[in-house]
Ligand binder design. Structure first.
Ligand SMILES: *[C@@H]1O[C@H](CO)[C@@H](O)[C@H](O)[C@H]1NC(C)=O
Ligand SMILES: *[C@@H]1O[C@H](CO)[C@@H](O)[C@H](O)[C@H]1NC(C)=O
Ligand SMILES: *[C@@H]1O[C@H](CO)[C@@H](O)[C@H](O)[C@H]1NC(C)=O
Ligand SMILES: *[C@@H]1O[C@H](CO)[C@@H](O)[C@H](O)[C@H]1NC(C)=O
Ligand SMILES: *[C@@H]1O[C@H](CO)[C@@H](O)[C@H](O)[C@H]1NC(C)=O
Ligand SMILES: *[C@@H]1O[C@H](CO)[C@@H](O)[C@H](O)[C@H]1NC(C)=O
Ligand SMILES: *[C@@H]1O[C@H](CO)[C@@H](O)[C@H](O)[C@H]1NC(C)=O
Ligand SMILES: *[C@@H]1O[C@H](CO)[C@@H](O)[C@H](O)[C@H]1NC(C)=O
Ligand SMILES: *[C@@H]1O[C@H](CO)[C@@H](O)[C@H](O)[C@H]1NC(C)=O
Length: 384
């Protein structure tokens, strides 16, 4: 059993008092594949990711280090945010289950002396929060070191984070001149990463920097889609959908026209505006009902596993032909609600933030390629 509260850790709605706003970028969609580095360039590098599983797949996390000499942390690589947050030794008791960064032990540490609060919406206006201190130090991922990375040391946190099996979060949001991407180019790699986020039963999840892991592609070529140009509000990994099919029905176009669908590896399930959520559920069953005030919906557990709930989003590809990304029926059930164990939470959470968020429920069925230099995303069906 698990509470609905943290099932969708929506990293999108991060509110940071102390960070500068995200840089504005100009997209230059270049022709030609940068999937495999040209001859003479460095080779892609991979590391395993672990699945936080508690009845349902919640988050995938892997190692990264900060400081000199490096101190290692397990983090969620979150495509829906831009900053990094890890516990500092200042956090003490409330971070006792996590590794804590010892700044006095790092020769490259710089305290920027700015404090702030980062809030994570968990639906329905509730949130979890981190107290943070803004600092600079070297960040090293898979041997690629980014000196003077600005990040946040967690100095206190609310209870929702206490039992996480990972220490923090590293933003992998779309920022051509930020994050790890400039250091990747300097290391001779294209600014591109790939994710193999698998269900608990499959395992072997993996993050690759600078290319794709051919062994995960089942011999198939990825299909690519250009991400939407950034707006004043967002420069996320987002695509515009041209059709949403749920079982045998099409969702009315006006409910998603112009809506950015943000691909967010830090969100477990799916989050849509309320009116779109209601329309999608209506094509599955009239008995899927709102549950509580968290934007959650539920359905009787004893009947949920036989309910057809195939959701297909259609996107334009870079070649012009449309392609589909499909969430199979077994993703509908995200587990019993803590408040009523006979009711199981269903995968779409309603939240009116002006975007749709597509998280783990879909990403675990596709090998995903996040190509910063060409401002596009690529997908290959995993076949599970
Ligand atoms: C799984 O979820 C339950 C209910 O929320 C919680 O009490 C338990 O600590 C969680 N287990 C792990 C390993 O996180
Ligand atoms: C992360 O590093 C630790 C050692 O620092 C290791 O025990 C652990 O297995 C690593 N985690 C992953 C997911 O590789
Ligand atoms: C932090 O590192 C310093 C220097 O290596 C050491 O003296 C101190 O005990 C460490 N503090 C903690 C809390 O680990
Ligand atoms: C932060 O404060 C400390 C102590 O007052 C000071 O030594 C350091 O230079 C400050 N850092 C910055 C970046 O201003
Ligand atoms: C902190 O790092 C940023 C780049 O991430 C750099 O622009 C800034 O000068 C650094 N600040 C200090 C005090 O080292
Ligand atoms: C952390 O936050 C809790 C709850 O707000 C508070 O009771 C506690 O004193 C804080 N701890 C520190 C070290 O600031
Ligand atoms: C979809 O339509 C086909 C053919 O009419 C029908 O056999 C099938 O049961 C329908 N599926 C759902 C989930 O409604
Ligand atoms: C759906 O709800 C949003 C508010 O979240 C509103 O802006 C939009 O106009 C609604 N769409 C339709 C077709 O009613
Ligand atoms: C995408 O899905 C829709 C709805 O299920 C279907 O009509 C269409 O043929 C599919 N397109 C492709 C390219 O598979």
């Amino acid at each position: 059993m698990f509470s609905s509260l943290l099932l969708s850790l929506i990293s999108l709605s991060v509110v940071v008092a102390a960070t500068p706003s995200a840089p504005t970028v100009t997209l230059t969609a270049r022709k030609g594949s940068t999937l495999r580095p040209r001859r003479g360039l460095a080779r892609p590098v991979s590391e395993p990711l672990l699945d936080q599983f508690n009845g349902t797949d919640l988050q995938w996390f892997g190692n990264i280090s900060f400081g000199t000499p490096p101190q290692t942390f397990g983090v969620v690589f979150d495509t829906g945010s831009f900053d990094a947050e890890i516990p500092g030794i200042q956090c003490g008791a409330s971070c006792v289950n996590q590794h804590q960064f010892n700044f006095t032990a790092s020769s490259t540490f710089v305290n920027l002396n700015k404090t702030g609060e980062i809030d994570f919406a968990t639906g329905g206006g509730d949130f979890e929060s981190l107290q943070v201190l803004e600092v600079n130090d070297t960040m090293t991922l898979l041997g690629i070191a980014t000196p003077d990375t600005t990040f946040f040391l967690i100095t206190n946190q609310t209870a929702g984070f206490f039992n996480d099996p990972y220490d923090g979060i590293v933003g992998m949001g779309f920022q051509p001149e930020g994050g790890i991407f400039p250091a990747m180019r300097k290391a001779g790699l294209p600014a591109l990463f790939s994710m193999f986020l698998t269900p608990h039963t499959v395992g072997n999840a993996e993050l690759t920097l600078g290319g794709v892991d051919d062994s995960k592609l089942n011999g198939k070529e990825p299909v690519f889609s250009s991400i939407l140009p950034p707006t004043d509000q967002t420069n996320f990994w987002s695509l515009g959908t041209s059709h949403i099919q749920v079982n045998n029905g099409s969702v009315a176009q006006d409910l998603f026209e112009g809506l950015q669908m943000v691909f967010d590896s830090g969100t477990s399930n799916i989050v849509m505006p309320t009116n779109l959520t209601v329309a999608m559920y209506a094509l599955i069953s009239p008995d899927i009902k709102p549950f509580g005030k968290l934007g959650a919906f539920g359905f009787p557990c004893d009947k949920i596993d036989t309910l057809p709930a195939v959701i297909t989003f259609t996107f334009p590809s870079t070649t012009g032909a449309p392609f589909n990304l499909t969430i199979p029926s077994e993703e509908l059930n995200v587990g019993p609600l803590l408040e009523d164990p006979s009711t199981c939470q269903t995968l779409i959470n309603a939240l009116d933030e002006g975007v749709g968020i597509i998280g783990g429920s879909l990403l675990k069925h596709y090998y995903s390629i996040w190509d910063v230099d060409n401002a596009r995303m690529g997908f290959v069906a995993n076949g599970f």
